[in-house]
Design a protein around this ligand. Structure first.
Ligand SMILES: *Cc1c(COP(=O)(O)O)cnc(C)c1O
Length: 442
């Protein structure tokens, strides 16, 4: 089986250059750190385009496939524009994400809106901007959507988000497809939802079913189980309610390689399993070949991104650990403190064969839990060294915050030895933009 880009631990252009420094996209990482400051998110355009190609090739045997990038992994205008040029659609989960892809010039009919508690204003924005599909998550939302659609004298095209009842072995916080989940309709509730759409909510048009099982998934058999359940339900609903459901959305979740222990599947293997299973289910349940939608987030963008930090202070605890601090941490990468996530790092400006020691890389925020990497063996770190943490493209900037009133880092896109700012570094004044001192306090 062909390997795919998400199975790499580093961006595909990563190498050591003539100066002995790490470089990505032809750009020396020491020079990037000097030019733009740190912490700095770096995105490698070649890696992004390579994984898009992997997905397109892997599913080429099923021409009705649509890859909808899950924007929540990383949502910026430049990235939206790159992925749009690769022909991907967008899965969005908020008004802010919808607005971002809209402003990036994306064809809004290729956008899907998801989420378990979308607000009136967000649904209205989605409808006004012409978002292609809304994945209705619960009874409350069906009623709300119909009310908004009626008030605008419009029809709204929806999928039903269902909970297929599949457990996957990933972190509890990132499992979503098991039965006791906050997302989607339970299988036993689908009929009632369809009945309501047919009788009361007549401004809604249902096109198919949507599920998403979890994230950072390594097991490939899960997707086959999921497809079987969705096709079975589609066939049943079509017969029972005289519908013509012809869209199935199997969500995202394919894993990436944060550390050597992670063995993510090849996208080609997933493509093979999904397409075979789908063709089998089309026969088994005698349904018309449906349009297939996938929503990869992490596997599209994680590998292409790294974060550069500058080393500052260090502390040797007597008879204990050695802590080495970087100039960022939990607010630019919340995953270690949130999920106990593991990362791999290298020193940008030092050879791997120099003297090494075991250290714990900690952040600069005022929390003892602000630890980026525990017990990692690296070349002896000194003040001013630049550290490159890999696989920070997904769920880093998108989860970043301003704890301790630290401005969020900049992001640069690299390609062919050129670097361009795609998100500028926040300034102190940016932090104050929404602060107001009421007159009576002056
Ligand atoms: C989060 C999410 C995704 C993307 O998951 P990844 O693990 O990043 O691929 C896709 N679909 C839905 C509905 C999601 O909530």
């Amino acid at each position: 089986m062909l390997s795919s880009t998400n199975q790499n631990q580093k961006p595909i252009t990563t190498m050591i250059n003539d100066k002995g420094n790490l470089q990505i996209g032809g750009c020396d990482l020491v020079e990037l750190a000097d030019k733009y400051g740190t912490p700095l998110y770096v995105l490698d355009e070649e890696t992004i385009r390579a994984i898009c190609n992997d997905y397109k090739k892997a599913f080429s045997a099923y021409p009705k496939t649509n890859i909808m990038y899950a924007s929540k992994a990383l949502c910026t205008m430049a990235l939206s524009s790159i992925l749009d040029s690769e022909g991907l659609g967008f899965d969005t989960v908020s008004g802010g994400e919808i607005y971002t892809v809209y402003k990036a010039g994306v064809d809004m009919s290729k956008v899907l809106f998801n989420g378990n508690n979308k607000s009136y204003e967000e649904l209205e924005l989605a409808i006004d901007l012409g978002v292609g599909r809304i994945s209705a998550d619960n009874f409350y939302e069906l009623a709300l959507l119909n009310t908004i659609a009626q008030s605008k004298n419009k029809h709204v095209d929806i999928l039903l988000r269902i909970t297929p009842g599949i457990e996957c072995h990933t972190h509890e916080y990132i499992q979503t497809g098991h039965l006791d989940s906050k997302f989607g309709f339970d299988l036993s509730q689908i009929d009632e939802a369809v009945e309501l759409i047919q009788t009361e909510y007549t401004n809604l048009r249902i096109h198919g079913l949507h599920a998403h099982i979890g994230s950072q998934i390594f097991e490939t058999s899960i997707y086959a189980d999921e497809i079987d359940i969705i096709c079975r339900e589609i066939s049943r609903l079509n017969k029972q309610f005289g519908l013509n459901l012809n869209e199935i959305n199997i969500g995202g979740g394919i894993g990436v390689k944060y550390t050597d222990e992670d063995q993510p599947p090849s996208v080609y293997e997933i493509g093979h399993i999904v397409v075979n299973k789908l063709n089998e289910c089309i026969k088994k349940y005698s349904i018309e070949p449906p349009a297939l939608f996938l929503e990869p987030g992490r596997s599209i963008i994680s590998t292409s991104g790294v974060t550069l930090y500058t080393i500052g202070s260090s502390k040797q605890v007597p008879q204990g650990k050695k802590y080495v601090s970087v100039d960022g941490g939990m607010a630019d990468n919340p995953r270690p403190s949130l999920y106990d996530a593991k990362y791999f790092a290298q020193v940008v400006n030092k050879k791997e064969d120099t003297e090494k020691e075991k250290v714990t890389i900690c952040g600069r925020y005022c929390e003892s839990g602000d630890i980026l990497i525990k017990d990692v063996t690296l070349p002896v770190l000194e003040e001013g060294d630049v550290l490159c943490v890999y696989n920070t493209g997904a769920y880093n900037y998108s989860m970043a915050y301003n704890y301790n009133r630290v401005p969020r880092p900049a992001m640069v896109l690299v390609r062919d030895s050129k670097s361009d700012i795609v998100v500028s570094r926040e300034s102190y004044d940016d932090l104050l933009v929404h602060d107001i001192i009421p007159d009576r306090l002056k």
